[in-house]
Design a protein around this ligand. Structure first.
Ligand SMILES: CSCCC(=O)C(=O)COP(=O)(O)O
Ligand SMILES: [Mg+2]
Length: 233
């Protein structure tokens, strides 16, 4: 029986296109001015810049150097925790000023509400920071979906392709892994979750799933069918 749904965001609840064509370009465009504005005084920003400085050797007072590292990480889609934390802070301004709304597929929004009303506990696990997760669901095109969720996990718990991260999530939730269904579009993430006994469903939102692989779900209607047929309440 499934009691907990743990979901990825990009490619699962939300389109890859929104993340890569709206969120990432917005962060690339505003990163330099954001870092310059908050570099000296904002404790949270300084903490992230210090982590970048420590891991790359770029000096803390070399603002241009730090921005260059961040821009390269954005280009390379690196899931570095300090980059993700800074992007979350920066996107907050974009959402609050109405520059964009979070993309959530209508079927995902629908079933997030249905499942939470059905008594399932819903959690997010994304490489985007917890702040960014709350923003995409809080300012979504489908309205404020944050009441559906019981909690959020980001890369501070570990990398999404490492079984240890899923083990840490299970321990934090205090649940049997067999009662958790993890949704993701990335098979390596599903394999990492399965390594600790979590059940999984593979979302393939765009195009055809390769033949001969694991069963693919094209939307959350398929996930709901799986839930009701394989794991009835
Ligand atoms: C929380 S919205 C931004 C998503 C993001 O920054 C990202 O890297 C996507 O990672 P995911 O683990 O959701 O595929
Ligand atoms: Mg994903």
């Amino acid at each position: 029986m499934i009691r907990v749904i743990l979901t990825d965001i990009e490619g699962t609840t939300s389109s890859i296109r929104f993340v890569h064509e709206v969120l990432f370009p917005y962060s690339a465009e505003h990163m330099a001015e954001f870092v310059r504005e908050y570099h000296d005084d904002d404790v949270e920003v300084r903490e992230q810049l210090k982590a970048i400085s420590d891991s790359t050797g770029v000096a803390m007072d070399d603002v241009d150097g730090l921005v260059e590292v961040l821009q390269q990480w954005i280009k390379d889609d690196r899931k570095e925790t300090p980059l993700k934390a800074l992007q979350g802070m920066l996107w907050e301004q974009g959402y609050q000023h109405g520059h964009f709304h979070g993309h959530v597929y209508p079927d995902a929004a629908h079933y997030l509400k249905v499942w939470s009303e059905r008594g399932l506990r819903l959690y997010v696990y994304s490489s985007g920071s917890v702040k960014a997760q709350k923003l995409i669901f809080g300012f979504s095109e489908e309205g404020d979906l944050t009441p559906c969720f019981s909690g959020y996990f980001d890369t501070r718990v570990g990398a999404k392709r490492e079984p240890e991260a899923y083990q840490a999530i299970i321990e934090e939730l205090g649940v049997d892994p067999k009662t958790v269904l993890f949704l993701s579009d990335v098979e390596a993430e599903l394999e990492a979750a399965e390594a600790v006994g979590i059940r999984t469903a593979w979302l393939v939102r765009e195009g055809e799933a390769p033949e001969g692989g694991r069963p693919a779900m094209s939307n959350f209607d398929d996930v709901d069918t799986l839930l009701r047929e394989c794991f009835p309440l």
